[in-house]
Design a protein around this ligand. Structure first.
Ligand code: FAD
Ligand code: SF4
Length: 496
C-alpha cells in the first residue's frame, strides 16, 4: 500500500450514481461516467493489507484483492489487470453486478466502512479494456479434443473461455438468438450495458470459441448427437424454472412472471421491438417478491413510465445493521436493509405512496387477485404476516393493480427442451442436476455447472463454477490438472 495510514485518513467513497431524475429517463448505467477513476487509487489505498484477508475467502473466485488494491494504489494498472484476470474471466461483469460478499468480509469492515473492493475491480477491468491489457489469448496449440458447452450465461462463457484457452475446440450452444444468458435478457441495461458483454464475446470469438445460437439442445439438436460428436459436454443451462403463486385469480390476464416481462424490455433496448407488449407505461404495477429480480422489474417499470409501482416483500423490514448473533462478520448478511439504485429511484420519485418510502411493502403476503369483466387483473389483496408467515388480523388491504409481476425465484433448469430426459440425467430432489465431486453427472462425459446444478445463485458463483467445471473437463480429457478450480460443487457462501 502506498499510504499505510490510508484507512485512517481517507473515508469510503463509492462510485457516484447519476441524479435520479436524469437516470430514470434513460436506460444507461446508473453511475456517473468517468467519476470512478479519479477517486479509486485513494480508495484502494484504504486496504490495510491486514495479513489475513477474509475478503479473499468471501469471494468465490478467490480474487487476489489485497494484491490488486496495492497495485491500484500505486497506479500500476497493467499488473493489476494481470492479477485480476488471473482469477476472474469477466471482472467488468462482477464489478457492476456482484453484491460483493468480499466487502462484508473485509477486515476494515469490523469497525469501519469496508474498502470499495467492487469499485476497484470495475475500475481495473474498464482500464484494462481502455489500455488494451485484455487482448484475446488464443491457445498456442490445439489438443485435438472437442467440447460442447450448452448455455451461454456466465457459467458457460467462463467454462468455454478456460477450455478454449487450454487448447480444446469449443462450441457453445445457446437456445436464445444472442449469447449471454441472464446477463442478456434478464439483467437490465441500467445495471450493466450490453456492450460489456459484446466486447467479451468478441474476445472469445477471436480466441476460437464458436457460438451456435438459436439452437435448443434437446429440441433442435439431439443431446445424444452432441455426446457422439464431442469428447465432453458441459451443461450450463441455468435455473429458469420459475416459482408460481397459486392464489385465486392467478389465471387473470395482466399477471406475468418477471422473466416474461424483463426479456421484452431488454429486447426493446436491443432494437428487436418498438415497444414491449407488456410495457408498464401508465399502469399500476405490483411486483410480488422482494429480491433482486423484483428490484430489476421495479427499475424497468419506472423507466417505462408506470403510474405507480409497489414491491411486496414477504419478510419484515430488515434492520439497518447486521445481526451480530445470526450473521456476524465476516459472513454476508442476508437480512440487512439495502437500498438498490432502483429502490432509490422509487423512493425519490414516490412511485408507491401507500408503501414504505422505497416502494416496498414488507411482511406482505398476497391473498388473491380480482379482475374486471374482461378477465383482466385490476386489484391485489394482501395481508400482513408475522415471522411465521401467519396473517395478522385486521391488516388486509387492497392495491390497484393492472400489471402484476411475479418474482418469486427459480427452482432449477426447465425441462421443456427435453435435454434432461434425453440424457437420462439424475436430478436432485430440489430440481437441480445431480453431479459428483468432480462436476460429472451420471452420464459419462457429461458435466454440469452453474445455476443448473447449484441452484439459483450469482454471477460470481457462476464464473467460479465455469472455471471449476473447465478444470474438471480438462482433467477428464488430458489426465492432467492444469486449470485452476476455485470452488468445489458443494462449496457454499461463508456462514456461521
Ligand atoms: C432478473 C435477474 C437479475 C439478476 N441480477 C443479478 C445481479 O445483479 N448480480 C448477480 O450476481 N446475479 C444476478 N442474477 C443471477 C445470475 O444472473 C445467475 O446466477 C447467473 O446468470 C447464472 O448463470 P448460468 O450461466 O448458470 O445460467 P444463465 O445465465 O441462466 O444461462 C443459461 C443459458 O442456458 C441457455 N439454455 C438453457 N437450456 C438450453 C438448451 N436446452 N439448449 C441451449 N441453451 C440452453 C439459456 O437460454 C441461457 O442463456 C440475476 C438473475 C435474474 C433472473
Ligand atoms: S467478484 Fe464479487 S466477491 Fe469477488 S472481489 Fe469482485 S465484488 Fe468481491
Amino acid at each position: 500500500m502506498a499510504d499505510p495510514k490510508g484507512f485512517l485518513t481517507t473515508p469510503r467513497q463509492e462510485w457516484p450514481r447519476r441524479p435520479v431524475e436524469e437516470r430514470a429517463r434513460d436506460w444507461d448505467e446508473v453511475y456517473v461516467p468517468g467519476a470512478l477513476l479519479p477517486i479509486i487509487s485513494k480508495q484502494a489505498d484504504r486496504c490495510m493489507d491486514c495479513g489475513i484477508p477474509f475478503c479473499h475467502d468471501a469471494c468465490p473466485l478467490g480474487n487476489l484483492i489485497p494484491e490488486w488494491n496495492d497495485l491500484v494504489s500505486r497506479e500500476d494498472w497493467r499488473a493489476a489487470a494481470d492479477r485480476l484476470h488471473a482469477t476472474n474471466n469477466f471482472p467488468e461483469f462482477t464489478g457492476r453486478l456482484c453484491p460483493a460478499p468480499c466487502e462484508a468480509g473485509c477486515v476494515l469492515a469490523i469497525n469501519q466502512p469496508a474498502v470499495t473492493i467492487k469499485n476497484v475491480e470495475c475500475a481495473i477491468a474498464d482500464r484494462a479494456w481502455e489500455e488494451g491489457f485484455a487482448p484475446p489469448k488464443p491457445p498456442e496449440r490445439l489438443s485435438g479434443k472437442t467440447v460442447a458447452v450448452i448455455g451461454s450465461g456466465p457459467t458457460g462463457l467462463a467454462a468455454a473461455q478456460q477450455l478454449t484457452r487450454a487448447g480444446h475446440t469449443v462450441a457453445v450452444y445457446e437456445r436464445d438468438d444472442r449469447p449471454g444468458g441472464l446477463m442478456r435478457y434478464g439483467i437490465p441495461a441500467f445495471k450493466m450495458e450490453k456492450h460489456h458483454l459484446e466486447r467479451r464475446l468478441e474476445q472469445m470469438r477471436a480466441e476460437g470459441t464458436k457460438f451456435r445460437t438459436s439452437t435448443a439442445v434437446g429440441r433442435d439438436i439431439g443431446a445424444d448427437e452432441l455426446r457422439t460428436r464431442y469428447d465432453a459436454v458441459v451443461l450450463a443451462t441455468g435455473a429458469t424454472a420459475w416459482r408460481e403463486l397459486p392464489v385465486p385469480g392467478r389465471e387473470l390476464t395482466g399477471i406475468h412472471q418477471a422473466m416474461e416481462y424483463l426479456p421484452l424490455a431488454n429486447r426493446v433496448r436491443e432494437g428487436d421491438l418498438e415497444t414491449s407488449p407488456l410495457s408498464a407505461a401508465g399502469k399500476h404495477v405490483v411486483i410480488v417478491g422482494g429480491g433482486d429480480t423484483g428490484a430489476d422489474c421495479l427499475g424497468t417499470a419506472v423507466r417505462e413510465g408506470a403510474a405507480s409501482v409497489t414491491q411486496l416483500d414477504i419478510y419484515a423490514l430488515p434492520e439497518a445493521e447486521r445481526d451480530e448473533d445470526t450473521e456476524p462478520w465476516p459472513t454476508y448478511p442476508m437480512r440487512i436493509y439495502r437500498l438498490s439504485a432502483a429502490h432509490e429511484e422509487a423512493r425519490d420519485l414516490r412511485t408507491a405512496p401507500v408503501a414504505h418510502a422505497d416502494a416496498r411493502l414488507f411482511a406482505a403476503s398476497t391473498l388473491r387477485f380480482d379482475g374486471d369483466a374482461q378477465g383482466r387483473v385490476c386489484s391485489l389483496h394482501l395481508v400482513e404476516v408475522d415471522a411465521r408467515r401467519h396473517p395478522v388480523e385486521g391488516t388486509g388491504r387492497t392495491l390497484p393493480a393492472d400489471l402484476v409481476l411475479l418474482a418469486l425465484g427459480f427452482s432449477g433448469p426447465d425441462r421443456e427442451d427435453g435435454l434432461v430426459d434425453q440424457l437420462g440425467l439424475e436430478m436432485e430432489p430440489r430440481g437441480t442436476i445431480r453431479r459428483d465431486s468432480g462436476f460429472a453427472t451420471n452420464v459419462p462425459g457429461v458435466f454440469a455447472a452453474g445455476d443448473a446444478a447449484r441452484g439459483q445463485s450469482l454471477i460470481v458463483w457462476a464464473i467460479a463454477e465455469g472455471r471449476a467445471v473447465a478444470a474438471a473437463v480438462d482433467r477428464h480429457l488430458t489426465g492432467s490438472a492444469r486449470l485452476p478450480a476455485p470452488i468445489g460443487p458443494y462449496d457454499r457462501p461463508m456462514a456461521v
